[in-house]
Structures are given as C-alpha cells and as structure tokens.
Write a protein that binds this ligand. Structure first.
Ligand code: 8YV
Length: 312
C-alpha cells in the first residue's frame, strides 16, 4: 500500500526529511498544476502548520484525504467541520509547546513593563551618557488577567504565582480546578488587571474579542500581552489605544496579517513585538515535529491518533 503525504505549509526541515524517508511525499507549493492534478487524488494525509488556512475548497482538492496533521496547537485555520463532514481526522500538537508559550508570555510581560528593549535602544543611541533610563512599571505583585484558562493559561498562572501576582481569568465558564477569581466578562477582568494576557483560540468566535472597550477598561497603566492569535486583538483599536494613551503598553508575538506588522507598532518604548516565535525553541520544535510524525505514523499503522482534535 502506498501512503501519500502532502506537505502544504512550512515545516522544520528535519520533519520534512523524516516524513519523506518514511512515506511518499510531495510539497504542494513546489508542484506544477499538472503534478497537483496527479498527486492530490493520492493524498491521504495533509501536513499543515498553525498558521495554515485549510478551507473546505482546499480540502475538496484531496478526494482521498483521511487526516490533516497540524504542526501547532492552534488549528483555527482548518475548517474542522468541513473535514468532519468528509470523515477526515484532524490532529494537532498540544502540551509539548505549553511551557515555551507561557515562558514567552512572561518574557513579553517583563520586557514590556520594564521596557527592556527600549532600555537597550537607549544605551545603543548613547542615552546613558546623558542620564539614567526613566523608571518603569513593577511586575511582581501586579494583577494579572488571563483571557482563556486552558493549558497555556494555566501554565502562565503557575509562573505568575511565583511572581506573587494576583491572578484572575475569563473563560466560557469557571474552570473546576481553578482557585483564581473568575470574571464572566472580559471588560470586568480587564478593569481589575494591570496585565491582560490573551491565551484563547483564534477563529471567528474570538475575532476582535479584545477591542477598544476592553482596552479602555484595562486603562492607561494597563499592559496587553498577546501570544494567541493576532485576530483576537483588534489591531486598529490597539494602535489607536496606544496613540491616545488609553493603554500603557503591549507585548505582541502574533499579528492579524503575519508576517506584516503595522509600522505603527514599531519603535515605541512601551511596545515589544516578536515574530510569532513563542514555540520556536530547538527542544519544542523537535517535540512538535515528533508529535506530528507520530500522529501520521500511528494513523497509517491503524493505531489511535496521539493528539486528535476531531473527532475528540
Ligand atoms: C505555529 C502556533 O504553529 O502552535 C501554534 O498554534 O501558532 C505555532 O506554534 C508554528 O509557528 C508553526 O508554524
């Protein structure tokens, strides 16, 4: 039996090599139209990443498709309902990246609040010769609001507890295992927070969840951190809030139209931006690669998927 795997996104080279060594494989982006016509009908597994858009129309190009394996925990770009209607399974890479993403949230919180990047620029432009850097905002003991208390939210709370932060959260419902204060409305959580960290899934349900009223509630001293998806924060409202001083700063690893980052976010002392790299450590990218490979291998061997998204 031939197992045909189609790579349809950027993946680590080592994962691509491993898949190519184990299965018949092609890279969708490198195929001619003619080659696509021949190979797409043979494709049983599609490997994509967390930023991929996999629409119903795209899925329809692969009549024999059985599994969509996502390299990433977020699968908001995949039309899972359309996949399920065709009986196609979906897998992702949860857990293995939780620590890194939570670390990055803490890093962005510290970097933004303590203006670590701005302070480096200050030295580099000779500012220290004229005097010290302006005082910054204390993180330890601050009030942290977590929007989305899933795996990553919990990992951030655990870290923030070591910073003696007062932790509260919003989610669709209170988490049974949580000892932190629950807010049913994000605006109320924002009003009670010095830092608002966004950890929810992307997708239509959460589009622009964090908008001007939420930023107004977070307030002039408040800092917004986003390590989830750019779509969750209304970027125009954020720029406006930074311009007007409605919020105190932002630490952002994700943007609504990656890799495009609005220039209006550049060169602000109170804004730290990174290129969607929260899970991009050697160790974690290796673990994500292994999990993608193991899901594909398990599927072809007739074993249960290790981390299925659908059906659960
Ligand atoms: C990306 C991510 O998948 O896990 C996610 O949801 O956003 C990231 O880990 C990664 O950048 C691969 O493209």
């Amino acid at each position: 039996m031939t197992y045909f795997v189609m790579k349809a996104a950027m993946l680590p080279d080592a994962l691509t090599r491993r898949l190519a060594e184990s299965f018949r494989m092609a890279d969708y982006a490198l195929l001619s139209e003619r080659e696509r016509q021949v190979l797409s009908p043979q494709t049983r597994v599609l490997v994509v990443n967390g930023e991929s858009t996999v629409t119903e129309d795209f899925i329809a190009e692969f009549p024999a498709l059985e599994l969509i394996a996502v390299f990433g925990v977020g699968y908001d770009g995949v039309d899972v309902a359309a996949a399920q209607r065709r009986g196609i399974r979906v897998s992702n890479t949860p857990d293995v990246l939780t620590d890194d993403v939570a670390d990055m949230a803490m890093g962005l919180m510290l970097a933004t609040s303590r203006q670590i990047v701005g302070a480096q620029r200050f030295i580099e432009r000779g500012g220290w010769n004229e005097g010290g850097y302006p005082w910054t905002k204390k993180v330890s003991g601050g009030r942290l609001g977590i929007v989305g208390m899933g795996r990553i939210g919990h990992a951030i709370a655990k870290r923030a507890a070591a910073f003696d932060m007062v932790i509260a959260y919003n989610d669709y419902r209170p988490q049974p295992d949580s000892r932190w204060q629950y807010y049913a409305h994000i605006a109320d959580l924002a009003a009670a927070s010095d830092y608002l960290v966004v950890c929810v899934n992307g997708g239509e349900k959460t589009r622009s969840l964090i908008n001007a009223p939420i930023m107004a509630a977070l307030g002039r001293e408040g800092i917004l951190i986003n390590i989830a998806r750019g779509t969750v924060v209304d970027e125009a409202d954020l720029i406006q809030a930074l311009d007007s001083g409605a919020i105190g700063g932002a630490g952002l690893d994700v943007f609504s139209d990656e890799p495009h980052v609005p220039a209006a976010l550049y060169n602000r002392a109170n804004v730290v931006i990174t290129p969607h790299m929260s899970s991009a450590t050697h160790a974690t990218r290796k673990a994500m690669s292994d999990l993608v490979f193991d899901n594909v291998a398990a599927y072809f061997a007739g074993r249960p998927l290790l981390s299925p998204v659908a059906p659960y």
